[in-house]
Design a protein around this ligand. Structure first.
Ligand SMILES: *[C@@H]1O[C@H](CO)[C@@H](O)[C@H](O)[C@H]1NC(C)=O
Ligand SMILES: *[C@@H]1O[C@H](CO)[C@@H](O)[C@H](O)[C@H]1NC(C)=O
Ligand SMILES: *[C@@H]1O[C@H](CO)[C@@H](O)[C@H](O)[C@H]1NC(C)=O
Length: 463
């Protein structure tokens, strides 16, 4: 009796161990700059934003990072992976205004090994440069003279003068793409350009400002923009998820709310030319027939504009080709009308794990920790499809695939380890396949007093 019980208990323990939520461990925490530029605008800091693709980017043997130093000058860093010392260079460009949108984003075009840099825009002209060929792999001296003169075009391509959210994405056939918004918040289009054989070409807009949204109150809005949680390739498929931001503030119950509503999903199997909804029906063509708020079959989680649903969190694709998204908002049990997103989100917002199964059904699980911030969270998965969410202040919570992503556990808490991170983080998605995630954060400060910019490396589940 007793021994049977012990054996059963032992098996139970073993099962618990096998099912345990995945862990992380800190490999290193490196100060990249003791004096990064600091100011808070739009609830954020300019060196660390969720939507940066990428502020820190691994490519083969090297990792690159970008930030503004205290003088406002754009700095690029490079180290040899996994743990070489960082070298820095200063680009001949200073941030033009104290706006946290005006981030620096990095990309590498695999075919020619050039490093591309897009920066310093918020519904304005964008600044851009690219390096000499193969600088991403050559290890040549890390000096600014290896980069071309800064332009307000995307190399040879004129993309206009009302640009925000520059993001670089590598396609499965090793081309570099560039995703950005033209137009403004509440009246903007998401756009795609492509770099091939040294030349940028325009693919066109794939999500438009047009159409009519009717709030539950009956109020309508006729202009908006799509905010994306990512533009991610897996196999030959490009996956997009996002939320709409309406121009008409009256669609929200409060003028201090957010007019973001609904989570949408659609995909492309031809590198962003034609688009399909959750049921696999063709719904759009880039350039001529972009997706809009009235496109059928793209809402995968409905939510009105009364819950401070956040825009531009993050997404990733699992090994079976299914999309996983992090969204966050204030659940209805706390209030049915967020009166002021800047005060109510830090108090009541929760992150949710929203994911698709092969049948097209979406599951949403509330992660049992408060966001504790206006800011956003980053999701990554390891090779076993375990989920890691890096929440504001570098708090890492995880769930195992074995549990069906239900055993949410806090495995690292940057609040209790006194990192003093400002809030939101951004990370190196290209490095995750090597079992490590590099997370960029900046220390909180006051006013415009510069503060340290850090990169903390975690290994995922003992890898
Ligand atoms: C950037 O600002 C620094 C410090 O104020 C200044 O010395 C430098 O000339 C500026 N660079 C550019 C490109 O304007
Ligand atoms: C991290 O620590 C803070 C401060 O003790 C606590 O409020 C929070 O619940 C902890 N964990 C997470 C995941 O937020
Ligand atoms: C950052 O520090 C300031 C000044 O101490 C404080 O008021 C603010 O709440 C802090 N921000 C965060 C996100 O902790």
């Amino acid at each position: 009796m007793r021994s049977t019980f012990l054996v059963a208990a032992a098996f139970g323990l073993l099962a618990d161990i096998c099912r345990a939520a995945p862990s992380v461990s800190v490999v290193s925490n490196t100060q990249l700059d003791p004096k990064g530029i600091f100011f808070v605008s739009f609830d954020g800091v300019v060196n660390v934003n969720s939507f940066q693709e990428s502020a820190v980017l691994a490519f083969q043997n090297f990792q690159f990072a970008a930030w503004y130093t205290s003088t406002g000058t754009a700095v690029l860093g490079r180290r040899t992976l996994p743990s070489g010392a960082w070298s820095t260079l200063q680009l001949p460009h200073n941030i033009s205004t104290s706006d946290s949108h005006n981030v620096i984003s990095l990309g590498v075009s695999p075919a020619d090994g050039k490093i591309h840099v897009a920066l310093d825009c918020h519904s304005t002209q964008m600044f851009y440069t690219s390096s000499e060929a193969n600088l991403a792999t050559s290890g040549n001296s890390w000096v600014a003279s290896r980069f071309a003169a800064i332009t307000t075009t995307l190399g040879n391509l004129n993309i206009g003068t009302v640009i925000t959210y520059p993001q670089f994405v590598v396609t499965p056939n090793n081309l570099l793409q560039f995703v950005f918004r033209s137009g403004v918040s509440g009246d903007g289009a998401t756009q795609l350009a492509e770099y091939s054989a040294g030349t940028w070409t325009n693919v066109g807009s794939w999500a438009s400002a047009t159409g009519t949204y009717t709030a539950p109150s009956g109020v309508t809005s006729t202009l908006r923009n799509l905010y994306i949680h990512g533009f991610s390739y897996h196999g030959t498929r490009a996956y997009v998820s996002g939320t709409w931001r309406e121009q008409n503030g009256a669609v929200s119950c409060s003028s201090l709310g957010l007019t973001n509503h609904d989570t949408v999903y659609f995909y492309s199997d031809d590198m962003g030319r034609t688009w399909f909804n959750n049921a696999g029906a063709q719904i759009g063509t880039s350039g001529t027939n972009p997706v809009s708020v009235n496109t059928a079959g793209i809402i995968v989680d409905s939510l009105d504009a009364d819950h401070a649903l956040m825009n531009q969190e993050s997404q990733t694709v699992d090994s079976t080709g299914q999309l996983h998204i992090i969204i966050s908002y204030v659940p209805g049990r706390f209030t049915q009308c967020v009166s002021n997103y800047e005060t109510v989100r830090p108090e009541f917002a929760r992150p949710f794990h929203l994911y698709r199964s092969a049948s097209g059904v979406w599951t949403k699980v509330e992660i049992p920790f408060f966001v504790q911030s206006v800011g956003r969270s980053q999701i990554v998965m390891d090779s076993q499809d375990n989920v890691y969410v890096i929440m504001p202040f570098v708090r890492v919570v995880t769930a195992s695939k074995a549990s069906g992503w239900t055993d949410w556990t806090s495995v690292y808490n940057g609040t209790t380890t006194l990192l003093q991170a400002f809030g939101e983080v951004t990370l190196d998605r290209a490095r995750v396949s090597s079992g490590l995630v590099s997370v960029l954060y900046q220390q909180n400060s006051t006013g415009t007093t510069p503060s340290p910019v850090h990169l903390i490396d975690f290994s995922l589940n003992g890898s």
